[in-house]
Design a protein around this ligand. Sequence first.
Ligand SMILES: NC(=O)c1ccc[n+]([C@@H]2O[C@H](COP(=O)([O-])OP(=O)(O)OC[C@H]3O[C@@H](n4cnc5c(N)ncnc54)[C@H](O)[C@@H]3O)[C@@H](O)[C@H]2O)c1
Length: 378
Amino acid sequence: MSNELRIALIGFGQLGRLHAYAWRSIPLLYAPLAVRPRVTCVCDVDAERAQEGAEEAEAHHWSSDWEAVLADPTIDAVDVCTPNAFHFDVVQAALKAHKHVYCEKPLGLDLGQAVGLRNLALTSGVTHQIVSEYRYFPALSRARELVSRNALGQIYHFRGTYLHSGYVDPDRPLEWRLQRSVTGGGALMDLGPHLLDLALMLAGPIESVVASSATFITQRPVSHQSAERVPVDVEDALVLLLRFGNGALGTCELSRVATGSEDDLHFTVNGSRGALGFNLMDPNWLEFFDATAAPDMRGVTRIATVQKYPAPAVSPPPKCALGYSRAHIASQFAFLQAAVQGTPAEPDFRQGTAVQAVIHAAYESAASGRWTTVPNAL
Ligand SMILES: NC(=O)c1ccc[n+]([C@@H]2O[C@H](COP(=O)([O-])OP(=O)(O)OC[C@H]3O[C@@H](n4cnc5c(N)ncnc54)[C@H](O)[C@@H]3O)[C@@H](O)[C@H]2O)c1
């Protein structure tokens, strides 16, 4: 690898734009940097969008043909930001072409696709990372560190919610996120990868689940202001009970019709020695309760995790308030470092597949109404 990691960005929609911004920000926020990330090609099936993306990302090339892009030997890494249904073909071809792969969640449309990509990635010798940017909030690094040094003791509970309200309006048309053939599912497939990745990271493997789902708005306009309505085949919301391998019990609630919410990811973890709490809408703090403190000193501490990223992060100052884009920058910097150093990325396709195994079991359970064993995806 030269002193540049040359990246092809595939899919220049909402997340493609954000990833392009993050790649460009890395050299400004991290120093010194042995290898600079550079988006050299923006690809989108919409040629106009690809061209606009290349201009905005200052890439030399644009394309509407992702297969041609992956055949280009000057590309070192591929950043996949297409809708879910296109992840499999693009990631598979990228791995076969020996490119490092940074892929938006979820890895595949279903568990079978995820397992196939995971297996290919493990034999490819390249760096593979699935996007789970909330891991890259300093509060989550701190939570993980507290769990790993046993500050919580035996974990009894993981209790998480991830609530959006974007689909409350029944006149919102049937876009790709509401079509099973393109997404693989509804609220669980969209929001679940984030919350379940954190549950697995903090409380360990999940053995079995029972789930219940609901679709409240069963028909939607085919397009903006159209009178024609078509059926919706994905869930608006899903609730999940979890049994972890270590005996802990958990709950997850996922909804895209939770009126009044914005991007409300919240979780608590309770253990025999302590507890943790995190609220994405208040991300500068990690709540910690130390049950081993003297009884008259016990209470919830708000640990200021703010923007405390480790070196070589140099900007913004660690005391400053944090946001969503900064976590994407940190996640992409972690991928860059893993690719440069040849170390495993986090979360990699094994972890992305473990999340999809839980999602798979949850959909089976929602259909059968029974406790369902999570397939061993290792
Ligand atoms: N990490 C997060 O917080 C987060 C948030 C939202 C979405 N996502 C994920 O990001 C992905 C993209 O979502 P989005 O919101 O940016 O969607 P979007 O609809 O805004 O953009 C998708 C883009 O991909 C293009 N595209 C479709 N098929 C393509 C193909 N085969 N080759 C090249 N381009 C293609 C479309 O033209 C569009 O420009 C999804 O997998 C989604 O789950 C992640």
